[in-house]
Design a protein around this ligand. Structure first.
Ligand code: GLC
Length: 794
């Protein structure tokens, strides 16, 4: 396709290559990040994901070595040959990633019916997994034991080896099963782990695209697209953490959410009329089950017209939100993209007058149907439309709404899919739906984010269903319409873990399941996972049975309360993890392989995960199961969160797990910042810090850095925060010193009291005043001077 290499030249960090039939560019973005580009469709590059490419000042060397162009950085050697073939080596000369040299040979699909059609199509169904012809494709050599991760929220296991997926944002209301090749999001970012080395490939192409991880043929894996340019980034590890960090340095990182957004969230389609919403709110407070967020689904609107409310069922809308706010609730409202076609409706009239809607090729506004019936779709790919829609968020903000829920933005359409030739502005580079479909939700979320950023001093809370790579800068996400099925509880774990590896540090799914009727046991087990997913939202569909924490029986209510309270005691820990994530790109919910890459036993674990780096969660995800095998990774000892027993890593243990118990393990040598339970964020002053100290192995140190701020604004970016550092150092046999110090004072008074508790080993805690607590008991000590030193004897 490219032919022989004819010449190359270097300009700045770009190497331009001329082949017989095409040209290509290689940008050295960092010593471990290289960008490959060939203008197969058009010359301009208008990445939707990489908005501010990092300025490269990487030193590298380019040379012609026997007909190969060789680019050498301090971390990689990239060899480019005929047909834009690329082989990448590490500094030791070991091949990391090589293009496949042979001709692709997909397997043959036997088994046609008598009509010559496959049985699936003979029965009138569409055949899954059929690719349109690919105009752009890259085939890479597949080494047998490679593991694949990432790709966003795809169904199936954590490791995508042997699977094939399609990127085309899709709202499919059927129960999501492992053979779904598309869902709501397109995150064309793949991570490969082979031996000790990991690398990532970000294929920045928004057309319908495909990733095949050795399903077609075990000698290669490939990615490709129906159209667009050859445009991908190679991100070298060798650690998975560096890959995630490198990817998010390109596409952006999840900004620190408001603290309340880590609390419990209750949703339903729909809490309407307002008396029902108020009743739910009241019940939370009466039952003493913490809750921060309540959602309004589509029925709060006037006939599903966006940026309106139903004046009958939600009279005094603003007063209702104020009343809820006084009781600690933040209200988030849904906004869909479809604008009702309705003469006299201001949003429709304005959009029409200004040409803000997508059109057919003749320039006539394109109409399809969504909840409001006939509707038009704003062209969010136009900066002017984004600004208009951003200003529309004022309607919500002025009414006291705390955040916005963007749904149906694949975009979903009830009268068949949008045709490929529907026209988009694309910020001046006019294009069609085929190119813009996968970024429609991304742009909508961006516009909502920008609106909240402009019209409120709070950190925007946006949650979107559809998105593309890079949307994590603007919005959190949920995994769409799952069902109250055990299979969907199980599936949510690898989905959220891969979303985390794909840049979404803050994400969740509908706890309890959206469609179908939940059961007490399923909800009990689901909250045990939900309380560790940073976005902890229970949501269910209309006509399903209620699934609020109290909706079943006393036992289920008590289990909900126990795990929701656990989430609230861990708020400082979760918040610290997100603060870290803002700097590193690492997610809160982590597959074991992210933290224990050297342990080959963890590459395929689907039913355990880490929350931050210190907590290992091994939930029960099977009806009736009351014990489970837990694998504890090698390289650390693990303390049972409930019993304080210590277990060596590198083994499977059998753990009893009665219905009210989720097996949790704390990594030895970690310090967990916690808070007393509160009913909502802001209910109590944050003046008491609990530190759970899990003593390190003898002779070792343990430490943690903890961060607090106003929990709402961007003031922390100008120094408006407090930082605390806690460190445990050995102090002779059987003793250690714990030192806690406030190392940055930028927000309020900070903590006045510390509660120290030793986890794992029973330890006596001696305060400076010489007071001892019995082993295992928490000791309270004043923190007036912002430094405390304690002796721990064990
Ligand atoms: C979609 C959403 C769901 C919402 C419903 C009604 O199905 O995914 O969360 O409740 O629409 O708005």
């Amino acid at each position: 396709m490219f032919g022989n290499l004819q010449k190359f030249e270097q300009t700045g960090h770009t190497v331009r290559l001329t082949f017989e039939q095409n040209r290509a560019e290689v940008d050295v973005i960092a010593p471990d990040i290289v960008h490959f580009f060939a203008p197969q469709k058009d010359e301009h590059r208008l990445s939707k994901a990489v908005e501010n490419p990092p300025a490269s000042n990487t030193d590298f060397h380019v040379e012609d070595a026997d007909g190969l162009v060789v680019i050498t950085t301090s971390k990689l050697r990239v060899e480019i040959s005929r047909d834009f073939h690329i082989d990448i080596f590490d500094t030791q000369g070991r091949a990391v990633c090589r293009d496949y040299q042979g001709e692709p040979e997909p397997f043959i699909r036997y088994g046609g019916s008598a009509t010559g059609k496959s049985f699936v199509s003979a029965e009138g169904h569409e055949e899954a997994g059929k690719n349109a012809p690919m105009k752009v494709s890259v085939y890479k050599q597949l080494d047998g034991d490679t593991h694949f991760y990432g790709l966003g929220e795809k169904t199936g296991p954590l490791n995508k080896k042997g699977y094939h997926y399609r990127m085309w944002n899709t709202d499919n209301p059927l129960p999501h099963t492992e053979n779904f090749d598309t869902l709501y999001k397109s995150i064309p970012f793949l991570i490969a782990l082979h031996g000790e080395t990991a690398y990532g490939i970000f294929f920045d192409n928004t057309y319908e695209s495909y990733f095949d991880m050795g399903r077609d043929n075990s000698a290669y894996y490939y990615f490709g697209a129906k159209d667009g340019n050859l445009d991908y980034y190679f991100i070298y590890g060798p650690s998975l953490k560096s890959v995630v960090s490198g990817y998010t340095s390109l596409t952006g990182r999840t900004p620190l959410p408001q603290l309340w957004a880590l609390g419990y969230q209750q949703c339903r389609w729909s809490y309407a009329p307002k008396e029902r919403l108020l009743e739910v709110a009241e019940r939370f407070r009466k039952e003493h089950i913490p809750c921060d967020v309540l959602y309004l689904d589509i029925d709060y609107m006037d006939g599903y017209r966006v940026f309106t409310y139903d004046r009958e069922r939600f009279s005094d809308f603003k007063g209702m939100i104020r009343k809820l706010k006084d009781d600690g609730f933040k209200v988030v409202t849904i906004i869909d993209p479809g604008v009702k076609k309705d003469a006299g409706y201001a949003v429709y009239e304005e959009g029409l007058k200004n040409g803000y809607f997508i059109t057919d090729p003749d320039g006539i506004p394109y109409v399809n149907a969504v909840w409001p019936g006939d509707a038009l779709f704003p062209d969010f790919s136009n900066a002017k439309v984004r600004a208009w829609w951003a200003d529309k968020q004022q309607f919500l903000i002025e009414n006291g709404v705390a955040g916005v829920w963007n749904d149906m933005n694949e975009p979903a359409s009830f009268h068949g899919p949008l045709p490929d030739d529907v026209q988009f502005h694309n910020d001046g580079y006019r294009t069609d739906h085929a190119e813009m479909h996968n970024v429609y939700g991304h742009y909508m979320a961006r516009s909502a984010f920008e609106g909240f950023r402009k019209h409120s001093d709070k950190r925007p809370f946006v949650i979107t269903r559809a998105c593309y790579a890079g949307t994590q800068k603007y919005s959190t996400i949920w995994t769409g319409d799952n069902q109250s099925l055990w299979e969907h509880l199980r599936m949510s774990i690898p989905q959220l873990l891969n979303l985390g590896l794909s840049g979404f540090a803050y994400a969740g799914c509908d706890v309890g399941g959206f469609g179908f009727d939940c059961t007490p046991e399923l909800l009990s087990r689901w909250v045990q996972v939900g309380c560790f997913t940073p976005l902890f939202r229970n949501h269910s569909s209309y006509e399903t049975r209620s699934q609020e924490p109290w909706a079943f029986d006393e036992q289920t209510k008590a289990i909900n309360q126990k795990y929701i309270e656990l989430c609230y005691t861990l708020l400082p820990y979760l918040y610290d993890a997100l603060r870290e994530g803002e700097q590193t790109g690492l997610p809160v919910m982590r597959p074991l392989v992210l933290e224990f890459q050297d342990d080959p036993a963890v590459t395929d674990i689907n039913d355990e995960f880490l929350c931050g780096s210190a907590l290992l969660v091994a939930p029960v995800v099977q009806q009736g199961q009351r014990a489970r095998s837990v694998y504890l990774p090698k390289g650390a000892n693990w303390i049972d969160f409930w019993t304080n027993e210590t277990f060596a890593g590198g083994q499977n243990i059998l753990r009893d797990a009665p219905l009210d118990l989720c097996p949790i393990y704390v990594k030895e040598g970690s310090i967990l910042p916690r808070w007393p339970v509160r009913q909502y964020v802001g209910e109590q002053a944050a003046d008491t810090l609990i530190l759970d100290v899990c003593l390190p192995a003898p002779g070792e140190e343990a430490s943690c850095t903890h961060f607090t701020d106003d929990g709402e604004t961007f003031a922390y970016r100008e120094g408006g925060y407090n930082r605390y550092e806690a460190i445990v150092r050995p102090d002779g046999p059987g003793a250690a010193v714990l030192r806690v110090k406030k190392t940055h004072a930028g927000y309020g008074n900070g903590y006045r009291t510390l509660h120290i508790r030793c986890v794992g080993k029973p330890a006596a805690i001696l305060t400076s005043a010489g007071k001892a607590a019995s082993p295992g008991e928490a000791v309270a000590c004043p923190f007036e001077t912002d430094t405390v030193e304690l002796l721990l004897r064990y």
